[in-house]
Write a protein that binds this ligand. Structure first.
Ligand code: SF4
Length: 386
């Protein structure tokens, strides 16, 4: 029988597992702290755990890390790991150090079924959901590996923030995601504040509502277009959950959110969604939902047929928002030289969805505002045409 992987259990789950072994909850808490706070993978090293429990666990349970395929370090300090998750699939995890924090970008799926036009992962298609243990194993490894590597003192953290912005749509893997989030927040685990754990979604409306009740953490929404026809093209999930429904879900989420705003991610695509009329339409959105905008320079890849917006256009776009009093930042690209920047995570995916074929289709048409009767067709810039 395959040993149980204890990384799969949040504290309640581990308590239930220990109860089946005839052990009290405080034993599960001790075990949980050894695993997540101290990074122990060997029961014999858990010195204050009753020897009888250590003996019971040996052979029937284990702490099973992900197998590392590669580690790449950028000149700016960003580190990207590629982890083998079996079946020919591999997922990527990225550590982004800054002076006042260390952020880990975590994957939730091998591939992604949403198929956003500007996203490398989306172009690879979808293989499978990660388990809770595979999601938390990325944090478990990165935190304890970096603590050793950076020589941090006991109690010092390497990772202060987690963003569920790696490969996959986390809210399409909800049942595995929520226990992993609870482990990140648990004071016996990683003890991160709700404000420092962010779930990023392309807009799975019913699951935004569930997350608000089950585990409200900071929420980022991949918006990328201010009007439905354009968003239908860029983020196909919009056809199911259009912008009006998404904004209403965001308003409801704010009732329980640890921050009083939603972060809207907006990938700047040359000639597609970066015109002043798009910015003005975003100002209207900001009047409905308390939000801030994070403008993301697009990281081009050949299959997308898209191009990064020129710097001056990004500045002009940001200025429209700022002039209207909307908090707006332009994301610094990090880890560009190791393909670790936003939208570049590709891993390895045994696609079960024929995504590449599905995504090779007519060029995007630009829809500037709902009143545009006859929008001009968007033609990919010359050098990016397939
Ligand atoms: S941007 Fe997110 S939701 Fe869209 S395809 Fe990429 S991973 Fe999936």
């Amino acid at each position: 029988m395959t040993p149980a992987n204890l990384l799969e259990y949040d504290l309640d789950g581990l308590a239930a597992y220990c109860e089946k072994l005839g052990e009290k909850r405080f034993r599960a808490t001790q075990l949980f702290r050894w695993i997540h706070q101290k990074g122990a993978a060997d029961f014999s090293a858990m010195s204050d755990l009753a020897k009888s429990l250590r003996d019971k666990l040996a052979g029937i349970a284990e702490i099973r890390p992900l197998e590392i395929i590669s580690e790449q370090a950028s000149t700016d300090g960003t580190i990207k790991w590629l982890f083998d998750v079996g079946g020919g699939n591999a997922v990527e995890t990225v550590f982004i150090p800054e002076t006042d924090r260390g952020t880990l970008c975590v994957s939730s799926q091998a591939g992604c079924a949403v198929g956003c036009r500007f996203c490398s992962t989306g172009h690879q298609g979808f293989s499978r959901n990660l388990t809770t243990g595979e999601i938390i194993a990325q944090l478990w490894f990165a935190e304890h590996h970096l603590r050793r590597r950076l020589g941090l003192a006991a109690g010092e953290r390497a990772i202060t923030n987690v963003v569920m912005m790696g490969m996959g749509e986390p809210l399409q893997n909800y049942n595995a995601l929520v226990p992993a989030l609870r482990m990140m927040l648990d004071d016996h685990g990683y003890g991160l504040s709700r404000r420092r754990v962010t779930v990023s979604t392309s807009g799975v409306v019913p699951m935004i509502d569930r997350l608000r009740v089950d585990c409200p953490v900071a929420l980022a929404v991949s918006l990328h277009a201010p009007v439905d026809p354009l968003r239908d093209d860029l983020v196909p999930l919009n056809r199911k959950y259009p912008i009006a429904e998404l904004l209403e879900a965001c308003e409801r989420y704010l009732e329980a959110a640890p921050r009083d705003f939603i972060t809207f991610e907006y990938c700047m695509l040359d000639g597609v969604n970066d015109l002043p009329e798009h910015a003005r339409a975003l100002v209207k959105i900001s009047q409905q939902v308390s939000c801030k905008f994070n403008l993301i320079p697009f990281n081009p890849f050949p299959e997308s047929g898209l191009k990064r917006s020129p710097r001056e256009r990004v500045s002009a776009f940001a200025q429209v928002l700022l002039d209207a009093g909307v908090v707006t930042t332009v994301r610094k690209t990090r880890g560009d030289d190791i393909d670790a920047a936003c939208g570049q995570l590709a891993g390895e995916v045994q696609d079960r969805t024929n995504a590449a074929k599905r995504m090779t289709r007519a060029p995007i048409r630009v829809h500037r505002s709902p009143s545009d009767a006859d929008p001009a067709p968007f033609t990919p810039p010359e050098e990016n045409r397939p």
